[in-house]
Each structure stands twice: as C-alpha cells, then as structure tokens.
Design a protein around this ligand. Structure first.
Ligand code: HSE
Length: 311
C-alpha cells in the first residue's frame, strides 16, 4: 500500500493510584493520521487539522512526526512519508492527545511496509514522541492507545514492559473534560521529588486494591483503590470544582473517580452505561457550578476497548 489511514484512541492514564504505570483505552475521542509513502527520504507533515494551528508542523517537533521518524529509522529508512494529522481530541486535556497522534502515525506508517514491526518497537517509537511533547517518555498513554485494553506499564526505554490487565466486562467509564488546558510538561514540573513512606505504602495498597478489584470484578474494592497520594494532591487545584465533581460522581453511583492523566479531564467508573451517563451529568453540573472552563465535553466508554487500527 502507498497510502494508509489509521486511528488511535485517547486514554485515561494513571487511573489515580497507578501514577505512570496504569492506563486504559477509551472509545472516543481519538486522532487520525494518513501516511503516504514518498520516494524522498524523511518525514514531512503536510497538514494538521483540528488544532486551530497550534501544534508544531515540523516533523522533529510534532509527536506524530517524531514517532514516524523513529520507526523509519528502525526499518532502515527505505522510503519517506508525508503525514496528514487530524486531531479529534482536545489539546492538553489529560486524555493522551499527544500519544494518540504518535500511535496513529506509527500504525499508519507501519502498514506501508510489507511486514509488520513488532509492537514493542512501535511502543518505544511512540514513547519518543511523548518525550518531545512532555519532556518524559512515560508510556501510560501510548501503551493503552497502541495495545488497547487496560494495561500495566513498567520500566523505561528499552526495558519497558506492558501487561494487559483483566477488566470486568460490565465496567463503564464517564470521561468529563472541562474546557481548561493543563500541559503535561507543566503538571509534571509540580511533582514532588520524594514522597513520604506512609504515602508510598498507601499508594501501593491502593494500586493493589484497584488491580485486584478489576481482576475479581469487585467494584467496591476497585473504588477503594482510586486514590492518588503522589500527583493528584498537587494537580487538582488546576480544576475548580474537582472535589465537588468527585463527590457528585460518588453520590451518582460511581465506583471511583479521579483525574485522567495530568488533568483537567476527570474519569469515573460506573457499573453500567446508564449509570456512567448519570455520573457524567452530575460531574458536569458540579464543574459548571464551580466555574471550571466555559463548558464541558462528555464521553461514555466501555473500559479497555481495542487500541489503534488501520481504517
Ligand atoms: N502519567 C502521566 C502524568 C500522564 O501523570 O504525568 C500524563 O498524561
């Protein structure tokens, strides 16, 4: 093939207590990239749509371009590519927007080759995109966007490892995005260098409860593990009404609620679709009362849906 379009989903990373190690794919929103094989070597970004002109067009600055360059280099640069990136996601939203662009570009470019590249290689290429976008090559957005599902990511660089976690089939998620922006790079600059032992112990217990709750389908256990002692305490100030929205989610029947990635988007688990819709509306109302942004986007998704695909 000489031209391929791929789509990659956004993702909820951290999932509160799983800071930098947990993430899951959501049904929408996501990004789309069309890759065209070119005789001239290298990567060119010929068009970016849906970003109001805000994203860099240079292949060395744009996460999609960086990831595509990494992949071509890995494959020996046998041809070049031009990319058209269609942003379907809000920027700086905490939904893995930069990751979705990188992953969609990789899946599209990879389909131009006669044989597929191992997924672990694509993952590492996408992590380089994250490094450009936010300063660190964390994988808790790129891994769920690429692999789909609910994943555990550990290790860095060459030693990164991804494991898929079991998810109860009836688990749904409300994704609530107040119209605010929180660049991940800035959110990471606020993180503490060290955490207290008591917080580390609590966090280990919470993430274990979260994963065990997922594995056995115990939503009460799951909800008890959705508390982050590392990042959320220094990040929720950026979301007016965060505490009220979390309380509203609980009152409306959510089983766990927190920041999606570095925010401002919030996620909440719910035991079925209609509960997730109810929870989302309650959160939106609480955020509106607190004056969080000039509006809110809502998405309702099953948890741990398939990852990126060629269209
Ligand atoms: N784990 C990352 C962070 C995700 O919290 O900084 C960013 O979306």
């Amino acid at each position: 093939m000489s031209i391929v379009t791929a789509w990659a989903p956004g993702s909820v990373s951290n999932v509160s207590s799983g800071f930098d190690v947990l993430g899951f794919a959501i049904e929408e929103p996501g990004d789309r990239v069309t890759a065209t094989r070119e005789d001239a070597a290298g990567v060119r970004i010929t068009e970016v749509r849906g970003d109001d002109g805000r994203l860099p067009r240079g292949a060395g600055e744009n996460t999609a371009g960086v990831a595509a360059r990494q992949l071509l280099a890995h494959r020996g640069d046998p041809f070049g590519v031009s990319l058209v990136l269609e942003k379907g996601m809000p920027l700086a939203s905490g939904l893995g927007s930069s990751a979705a662009s990188a992953v969609a570009a990789l899946v599209a470019v990879d389909a131009l080759f006669d044989s597929p590249t191992p997924r672990e290689v694509l993952l590492r290429c996408a992590m380089e995109g994250e490094r450009i976008a936010c300063g660190t090559g964390h994988a808790d957005n790129v891994a769920p966007s690429l692999y789909g599902g609910f994943v555990l990511v550990r290790g860095r660089g060459e030693s990164v490892r991804v494991d898929s976690l079991p998810v109860p089939p009836e688990l749904w998620c409300a994704v609530v995005h107040p119209h605010l922006e929180v660049p991940t790079r800035e959110a990471r600059s606020k993180l503490p260098d060290r955490v207290a032992l008591a917080d580390a112990v609590a966090q280990a217990g919470n993430v274990a409860a979260l994963v065990a709750g997922l594995a056995v389908g115990d939503t009460e256990l799951l909800a008890s593990g959705i508390e982050d002692r590392f990042a959320e305490p220094v990040r929720t100030d950026a979301v007016p009404g965060f505490a009220a929205a979390k309380a509203a989610a609980g009152d409306a029947g959510a089983c766990g609620c927190g920041l999606s990635g570095s925010g401002p988007t919030m996620f909440a688990f719910a035991p079925d679709r209609s509960a997730a819709e109810h929870v989302a509306v309650a959160m939106r109302e609480a955020l509106a009362r607190a004056g969080a942004g000039d509006g809110t986007d809502l998405w309702i998704s099953r948890v741990g849906v398939p990852g990126a695909r060629v269209l």
